[in-house]
Design a protein around this ligand. Structure first.
Ligand SMILES: N[C@@H](CCC(=O)N[C@@H](CS)C(=O)NCC(=O)O)C(=O)O
Length: 233
């Protein structure tokens, strides 16, 4: 059986990592059996990031490589209903969210002082004091370095959020009121969009990025639709 290594669920979500949530959603979309193994320290993983899967002795690290693996090794074609044009649009949305919006979301959680105190409790609250302080400080430092490395972390907060808001508005323009991102049926990009929007809406993290998403009623309805389909109560 496929082993999915991911962080423990938090924030009342399948996962507070949009990449972990994307992969778990893909496994459910594909109807594949899997077993979850909780990652406590991502530095123990082959690429130092979660999620990974281990399938038939093979380790695959990175959500997009995992999606490819599922399509190559199982009878799954997430995009079977899409035209080439739709596949191209879906690809652009996925890359926008994963390679740019992600960093704005990360900034809002790990750096923005409005949220960090609460986020720290959720992520590290189970570690006993005084180790909790040291571990959370180190993790925040590492995120600061990553944001600098990406480049977005070099901007003023207003500019960081403005970039993320333009992504959210672009997504709203593409999605309109369609039931799923590319039309009437879910496809690969839905796993990413669902994971990101659900993560934006969590209680206890507030930012201009979340406020922009809240202005789009279709987003909340979409998250509820995907939850009902893939994580029914
Ligand atoms: N490109 C990767 C990104 C995965 C990723 O960024 N995972 C984050 C959690 S959202 C992580 O494990 N970060 C740990 C770290 O950077 O130390 C994918 O698609 O799986």
């Amino acid at each position: 059986m496929i082993e999915l290594h991911q962080f423990a669920p938090s924030y009342n979500l399948p996962n507070a990592s949009p990449f972990c949530m994307k992969v778990e959603t893909l496994l459910r979309m594909a109807g594949l059996d899997y077993h979850v193994s909780i990652v406590k320290d991502p530095s123990t993983l082959p690429k130092n990031k979660a999620p990974i899967i281990i399938d038939d002795g093979k380790t695959i690290a990175d959500s997009t490589l995992i999606a490819e693996h599922l399509q190559t090794h199982y009878d799954v074609n997430f995009d079977e209903n899409l035209t080439d044009d739709e596949k191209a649009s879906a690809h652009m949305i996925q890359v926008m969210l994963e390679e740019r919006t992600y960093w704005v979301l990360a900034y809002s959680r790990w750096i923005d002082p409005v949220n960090w105190k609460g986020v720290k409790e959720v992520y590290f609250g189970r570690i006993p004091m005084p180790m909790r302080m040291a571990v959370s400080k180190l993790a925040q430092k590492s995120m600061t370095r990553n944001l600098q490395g990406h480049g977005i972390g070099r901007h003023d907060p207003e500019d960081i959020y403005a970039l993320g808001i333009s992504d959210i508005q672009t997504l709203a323009t593409v999605m309109k009121d369609k039931p799923f991102v590319m039309g009437n049926k879910p496809s690969l990009v839905d796993a990413t969009v669902y994971a990101f929007l659900a993560n934006l809406f969590v209680d206890g993290v507030n930012s201009p990025l979340k406020a922009a998403a809240e202005e789009v009623p279709a987003f909340k309805a979409y998250v509820a639709r995907m939850t009902e389909l893939y994580y029914p109560k």
